[in-house]
Design a binder for this molecule. Structure first.
Ligand code: AMP
Length: 458
C-alpha cells in the first residue's frame, strides 16, 4: 500500500486498501477532524458542508469499529445489524450505500438499504440476513420497528446524517423512536449542515452522550470552487428566454435547474425539450416528489451516464445528490431559504471540481435573494446576457424616512424572519441570551414551523 495521508489514522488495513482503491489521497478537513475523535469511541456532533467528504468521515470509523470483531468471533457469536445510518431522503440513502460498498470493498462487511418505495417484504428479508450496516430513511425504518421486523439491540454505531433536514421534514419523532430502539451503549454521530442547538435540543438530549462538537461551518460557509452569479429578469417569460440562452451560450457538461414547484419543473422540462436545437441538443429530464422511486433513480442514472445533460428538479433532489461533472446550477426560482440555496448550489463544485451557479431574479424574488446574500454574507456577481438585459434593475432607492420606506423595511424584516435571519433590531429574548444569526437559523418554531409536523415534499 502506498503511503497516503490516510496512513496517519489508526484505521483497519482493509479500509486503508479501500481508500487507496477509491483514489482518496488526502483526508478532507472534516475527515481530518472527525475520524481521530470517532476512533476514541466518543459521540460526535459535526457541522459539515455537503460535498466535504462527510460520508467517509463517519463511515470509516464506523467500519473500523465493526472490523474489530473477527469473522471467527462473529461465527461463534453472531450478531444482528451492528450499525445504522439514518438519512432524510431515498436518494441520499442510495448514495451512501454506494460509498459503503466502495469502502467495504476489501472487507466482508455487507450493507442493506431500507427506504420507502421499495418492497416491505423484501426489506424484511434483508433484515433476516443481518447485514452489518443498514442505511435507512426514518419513516420506513420506524414502520419496520412497528412490525418487529428488525432487531436493533446489537447496534454499536448510530449515524444521523443531514439531521437538520430530517427535522425540517418532520422526522424527529421517528428518529428518536428508532434511536431508543438501538442499543443504549452505542456510539452516535450526528452530522448536519447547521448546528442549531435549539432545533437539536430534543435530539441531543435523547440521543447523544456528551458529544465532541466539531464545527466546520456555521451552515453558510461558501465553497470557493463555485462561482455564483445573479441575472435580473422581468418575469417568467423573460426567465424562460434567459434559460434557453444560458443553455445555448454557456459551456457546461451537466446542469441542474431548481424550481420551487413540481408544475414549474414539468413546464420547463417540456419547454427546453421543445426548444432544443439540432446544433446544441439538450437532453432534459425531471426529478420531483410526484415520481416513483424507480423513475427518480432512472433519471439520476441517466444524468450520471450522460444520456441526459439537464435535470429540472425541486428541492427534494437538492440534498445529497452527488453526481460527478455537474458544473452548472440554475436557480430558476430563488429558493425559500439560505440553507436551501447552499444545498442547491452544493450539487456542483464537489470534491474539488469547478462549478457555476446562476440565479434568475425578478422583482418578486429580489427581497428573498437579498436576504440570502445577507445570510451568506456575500454579494453575488451581477451578470447580463447580451440582447436579453432586463428592464428591471433592482428596487428604486427609497428615502430613509417616510411611510413607503417604513413599509419596505418591515417587508424586508419579515422576509429575513421567514429565513430565520435576525435583523439587528430584534428584541432580546426573555431569557436574556443573545440571539446569534446561527441560533435563529434553526429556530423554526418562530417561523410557524413545528419540527414534529410533516412537511409536504415537493
Ligand atoms: P460527501 O460530502 O460525503 O457527499 O462526499 C463528496 C464526494 O467527495 C464524494 O464523491 C466522495 O467520494 C468524495 N470524497 C470523499 N472523501 C474524499 C477524499 N478524501 N478525497 C477525495 N474525494 C473524496
Amino acid at each position: 500500500m502506498s503511503d497516503s495521508f490516510f496512513s496517519g489514522f489508526e484505521l483497519d488495513l482493509r479500509l486503508k486498501q479501500a481508500i487507496e482503491k477509491a483514489g482518496f489521497d488526502e483526508p478532507s478537513p472534516v475527515q481530518q477532524q472527525a475520524i481521530p475523535v470517532a476512533l476514541t469511541g466518543r459521540d460526535l456532533l459535526v457541522s459539515a458542508e455537503t460535498g466535504s467528504g462527510k460520508t467517509a468521515a463517519f463511515l470509516l470509523p464506523l467500519m473500523h469499529k465493526l472490523l474489530q470483531k473477527t469473522v471467527e468471533q462473529e461465527r461463534a457469536e453472531p450478531s444482528s445489524t451492528r450499525a445504522l445510518v439514518l438519512v432524510p431522503t431515498r436518494e441520499l440513502a442510495i448514495q451512501i450505500v454506494k460509498q459503503c460498498d466502495l469502502l467495504a470493498s476489501c472487507s466482508h462487511l455487507k450493507t442493506g438499504l431500507i427506504i420507502g418505495g421499495n418492497s416491505f417484504k423484501y426489506q424484511q428479508a434483508i433484515f433476516r440476513k443481518n447485514p452489518e450496516i443498514i442505511i435507512a430513511t426514518p419513516g420506513r425504518m420506524a414502520e419496520h420497528i412497528s412490525h418487529a421486523s428488525c432487531d436493533l439491540t446489537d447496534i454499536e454505531v448510530l449515524v444521523l446524517d443531514e439531521a437538520d433536514r430530517m427535522l425540517d421534514l418532520g422526522l424527529a419523532e421517528d428518529v428518536i423512536r428508532i434511536a431508543n430502539n438501538c442499543n443504549g451503549s452505542r456510539q452516535t454521530f450526528l452530522f448536519s449542515a447547521t448546528l442549531t442547538h435549539k432545533a437539536f435540543a430534543a435530539i441531543e438530549q435523547d440521543i447523544l452522550d456528551n458529544p465532541e462538537i466539531i464545527k466546520l461551518n456555521a451552515g453558510r460557509q461558501q465553497n470557493g470552487n463555485i462561482k455564483q452569479q445573479v441575472i435580473l429578469a422581468d418575469g417568467d417569460e423573460h426567465k424562460d428566454n434567459l434559460l434557453s440562452a444560458l443553455f445555448e451560450r454557456q459551456e457546461f457538461t451537466k446542469a441542474l435547474v431548481f424550481c420551487n414547484t413540481r408544475a414549474q419543473v414539468n413546464r420547463l422540462c417540456g419547454l427546453i425539450r421543445y426548444r432544443s436545437s439540432a446544433e446544441k441538443p439538450q437532453r432534459a429530464g425531471l426529478l420531483h416528489g410526484d415520481m416513483s422511486q424507480e423513475e427518480r433513480r432512472d433519471t439520476v442514472s441517466k444524468l450520471r451516464g450522460g444520456s441526459l445533460n439537464i435535470i429540472f428538479a425541486t428541492d427534494l433532489a437538492a440534498r445529497g445528490l452527488d453526481i460527478k461533472g455537474v458544473d452548472l446550477i440554475i436557480n430558476y426560482d430563488v429558493p425559500r431559504s439560505g440553507t436551501d440555496y447552499t444545498h442547491r448550489i452544493g450539487r456542483t463544485g464537489r470534491a474539488g471540481e469547478e462549478g457555476l451557479a446562476v440565479a434568475l431574479v425578478s422583482s418578486n424574488d429580489w427581497n428573498l435573494m437579498s436576504s440570502i446574500e445577507r445570510f451568506l454574507k456575500v454579494r453575488l456577481e451581477r451578470r447580463k446576457l447580451a440582447g436579453l438585459e432586463a428592464r428591471y434593475k433592482g428596487p428604486k432607492k427609497l428615502k430613509s424616512s417616510g411611510k413607503a420606506a417604513g413599509s419596505k423595511k418591515k417587508k424586508n424584516k419579515n422576509n429575513a424572519a421567514k429565513m430565520g435571519i435576525n435583523s439587528k433590531k430584534t428584541k432580546p429574548k426573555k431569557s436574556g441570551k443573545s440571539e446569534s444569526r446561527e441560533s435563529s437559523e434553526g429556530d423554526r418554531s418562530k417561523q410557524g414551523f413545528s419540527p414534529l409536523k410533516k412537511k409536504k415534499l415537493v
